[in-house]
Design a protein around this ligand. Structure first.
Ligand SMILES: [Zn+2]
Length: 434
């Protein structure tokens, strides 16, 4: 066991999260120096550092990080990662994630990167209340070059929990596992877990009596910026009779944020990441202000990133958490930067429209179209599938978001077909014609 893996223990993790800021920052500074040296071995960063006259070993404070250039998803698409043969032979796993061009981006993980990821998830699950010996139904796939399922699995194993790797799909089989193996926690995508509860209720299974004491969600937002549950989050917790903790991560980051049992944003893992929130001009924003989430993961070997722009909008909360961990928390994702709409003088994200629409049960599917309008404003059309009265939808959007966009109502079938055109692995909910 090297120095790094010794640090990846529950006891170390707990101590660092409970430590005051100066002690944490001292650890982070040393890790950032190492991380930047590792990044500087990649031609992409070597070139950038050289142009700046920056030498990682001369970094003296954490705040100097803000002086380094940002790394965008476009950078990753444009041949960012050219690895030597020797480097390639150290890869233990190759994950794929969708790039901005539609071509998948390769994200290599070394053995140490996988251990680091397992530690990340161990701490996140611990924070969410999972303990050694707890049984967890994992409805996230481990294959198809996805990293999230593997990360959850290895984190739970590291924590000493028992994983039931059910994967997605087949509600009857999932329910058979719930009945026979009696997991205490469910891990999965919110809409999938809600459908599972509804299928169970319709087939005499009584989800609220199934013994589930906690839900960990991935992928879709279940909370608003003020930490209140979205209608989807509410229906999910009500249907299982169990609270939920949401998680957020990205394959490129090799890092994920998990909500603790206080459910007030995802804790920053101090030894695994540094988080900044920036405005449109790239300036740092203070805690509590929404902006683009920029992450510098620490301790990554395979593809170390510096100031990676996630494209997601959220805010950072710095007040100490009642759980006892002193680390900042990343609030719920409020939208994708690329999907930001300028509508009648306000900023709007499609996600906010979808959250509002969840309150009308008759809305079975919906997407948003945007076109360039006059005066740099966007023309927004909401397309809704289901037996819905237009006035009901427009009044709801007016009440929740103070907007009345154009509205088109179609059959559920038509909307689903439009969303599935293009054959991506997720249905499309946002069509940008600007
Ligand atoms: Zn907490």
């Amino acid at each position: 066991m090297n120095e790094m893996t010794q640090r990846y223990t529950l006891a170390h993790g707990q101590a660092l999260r409970r430590a005051e800021a100066p002690a944490r920052e001292e650890v982070q500074l040393a890790l950032l120096q190492d991380h930047l040296q590792q990044a500087g071995r990649m031609p992409f960063y070597a070139q950038r550092f050289k142009e700046l006259g920056f030498r990682p070993e001369e970094l003296r404070t954490l705040s100097e990080l803000a002086g380094l250039p940002l790394t965008s998803r476009r950078d990753l698409d444009e041949g960012f990662a050219s690895f030597s043969r020797e480097e390639q032979s150290s890869f233990a796993d190759i994950a794929l994630t969708s790039g901005t061009t539609g071509e998948p981006v390769v994200v290599p993980y070394t053995d140490l990167d996988l251990q680091r990821l397992a530690y990340n998830e161990m701490m996140a699950f611990y924070g969410a209340g999972v303990r050694g010996g707890d049984r967890v139904l994992l409805t996230v796939t481990l294959d198809r070059c996805f990293i999230a399922g593997l990360a959850y699995y290895s984190g739970l194993v590291r924590l000493g929990a028992t994983v039931i790797r059910s994967g997605a799909g087949q509600p009857a089989r999932q329910w058979h596992l719930i009945k026979t193996l009696q997991p205490r926690f469910l891990v999965g995508v919110p809409t999938f877990l809600l459908n599972l509860a509804q299928w169970g209720a319709a087939n005499g299974m009584h989800p609220r009596q199934a013994g589930i004491t906690g839900i960990i969600t991935i992928g879709e937002p279940t909370r608003r910026a003020d930490f209140s549950l979205t209608p989807l989050g509410e229906r999910l917790t009500e249907s299982w009779g169990a609270p939920l903790c949401s998680s957020y991560g990205a394959t490129e980051l090799e890092t994920a944020f998990g909500e603790c049992a206080q459910r007030r944003g995802g804790h920053v893992h101090p030894e695994l990441m540094l988080v900044e929130i920036i405005d449109e001009e790239g300036r740092l924003l203070p805690a509590g202000e929404p902006g683009e989430v920029v992450v510098t993961p620490l301790g990554v070997e395979g593809m170390p990133l510096v100031r990676f722009q996630t494209g997601d909008v959220a805010r950072l909360h710095e007040a100490p958490c009642p759980c006892g961990w002193q680390t900042p928390r990343l609030g719920p994702i409020e939208g994708r930067l690329a999907q930001r709409l300028k509508y009648r003088g306000t900023t709007l994200y499609p996600e906010m429209i979808f959250h509002a629409l969840q309150e009308i049960h008759a809305v079975q599917a919906a997407y948003v179209e945007v076109r360039a309008g006059f005066d740099l404003a966007d023309e927004v059309t909401v397309v809704v599938g289901g037996e819905v009265r237009p006035a009901q939808v427009l009044d709801l959007l007016q009440a929740k978001l103070r907007v009345r966009p154009a509205l088109v109502i179609k059959s559920h079938q038509e909307v689903v077909m439009a969303m599935e055109q293009g054959g991506g692995h997720k249905p499309r909910k946002f069509f940008d014609y600007r």
